[in-house]
Design a binder for this molecule. Structure first.
Ligand code: NI
Length: 157
């Protein structure tokens, strides 16, 4: 496993629409392993492949100690419910956070690293994260959707 460099706002990779994964091979597994390690080190909740410069539809989300890492390949949001306005941030937009309205619940259809299809429903933080990460795959950053973006205090970073 290896730590990958997280691209920051202004990097053209973050503006691109990513292509679907077609081959569930060793190269994909290495990418997923590296993304997990990079996400853990950065203390984030989710990471999308374009954030490490790979223009493929791949996402990892840290569901916490009990649930572990969720890997979403070619994710498609199939159902959303409710609406919550809250604060979110992004590893590609360091030192900032913003107010974004997202669904309270989001169901996503995706493939695992072996090419098997599954469904996952996230609520609250995880619904927000699913939507945020899927936006990355289409070249959208939360700052484009936020009603306000603000600087974080130094000690909150
Ligand atoms: Ni992000």
């Amino acid at each position: 496993m290896a730590i990958r460099k997280i691209r920051e706002i202004g990097d053209p990779c973050l503006k691109k629409k990513c292509r679907e994964v077609e081959t569930f091979d060793e190269k994909l597994h290495t990418l997923l392993d590296d993304m997990q390690e990079t996400l853990l080190l950065a203390n984030g909740v989710g990471l999308a492949a374009p954030q490490v410069g790979i223009l493929r539809r791949v996402v990892v989300i840290d569901l916490g100690e009990d649930e572990g890492m969720l890997e979403l390949i070619n994710p498609v949001i199939t159902h959303t419910e409710g609406s919550v306005t809250d604060t979110e941030g992004c590893l590609s937009v360091p030192g900032k956070a913003g107010t974004v309205t997202r669904p309270q619940k989001a169901t996503v259809k995706a493939f695992d690293r072996f090419g098997d299809e599954f469904e996952f429903t996230g609520e609250d933080l995880y619904a927000r994260c699913i939507c945020h990460e899927c936006d990355h795959l289409d070249g959208t950053l939360y700052v484009e959707k936020a009603s306000e973006v603000f600087e974080l205090e130094q000690n909150e970073e």
